[in-house]
Design a protein around this ligand. Sequence first.
Ligand code: GMT
Length: 376
Amino acid sequence: MKIGITCYPVAGGSGIVATELGQQLAQRGHEVHFVSYALPFRLDRYQASLMYHGVETTAYPLFKYPPYTLTLAAKMADVARNFELDLFHVHYAIPHAACAFLAKQLLTDTMERPPKIITTLHGTDITLVGSDPSFYDIARFSILASDGITAVSKYLADETAEVFKIDKEIRVIHNFIDGDRFKPSTTQCCRSEFAAEDEFLIAHVSNFRPVKRTLDVIDIFGKIAAELPAKLLLVGEGPDMILARRQIKRKNLTDRVIFLGNQSRVEAILPCADLFLIPSEEESFGLAALEALSCGVPVIGTAGTGLVEVIEDFKNGFLLPVGDTASMARAAVALLRDPQRLAAFKLDAARSARERFASDKIVTQYEQHYREVLDA
Ligand code: GMT
């Protein structure tokens, strides 16, 4: 198949999923064309049948805001025409699904079979609608105009159907993991760079947006550190980083916290950790949690979110109510104090992640969905 992929190219779950998917599809012999304003974050190796097409916005005094979405739609149409794409797979409804719709309209006269559109919903596209109702109609329209819709969890599929009153099928295709890269290895990472032998290493990876509840991470860690020798590893960048630094200072934790900024190879860091924290307010799936589990790191996350489809409560982590930092810290301390249980959780984490979310299995689900849409 000839597949066009559009995603946000910055560090973030939807871009990472789109990028890994494109690479896996190219490996399976498909021709993949990324169309975006920058080279996607983890698109860092050469593959013969994988191409990137950059979208250049035009600066003109009249434009207070350069019309990126129009340029993107025009570029998508151009790539589709030149490379005879079978489908556009867009990640994140706003604005990508709308751009795909427009690109398809642009092609109706010149292509006998313009590309079909598949939209994958990642979650924050729905939250965004919650915070800015002006997006509601366009998001609903472009989701419905797609030939195939997928969501990264059942939690998100149900929420989308309810919020947008959609009775069309929303296919659940979970995030996936390359178990050869994300594995529990002691040689892959250098634990001594981060913590002493007798210290526990707690990790958190995110884009530090309010939805991630970064202050809860600090609060939970502060409570753990009051009971046990421990270090906190923070990976990522984002708006709440300033708050986090302030809170760390206020709680006298400065020498216990390590900031690594954005990292494209988290698989070289995660296996060092003993525990991963993801106390998000909302999480449609939690790719960061899956990456940690696959590296053999138990996860503490929030109940009532898509994390319930990833973390197995009391087997490889704990699911606790949003904001209940006291219970999260208690669960963490009890687990870290019980070496046998911790080892069992670590084993189960790696096993469960690789069995349930193996890239081989999940990429096949995308391929099947593509075929169904093309044959319809
Ligand atoms: O986590 C983020 O805020 C980034 C966001 C995105 O769209 O880039 O991630 C979302 O998509 C990921 C990949 O499907 C999911 O694993 C994350 O759970 C989801 N984030 C949220 O729902 C907050």
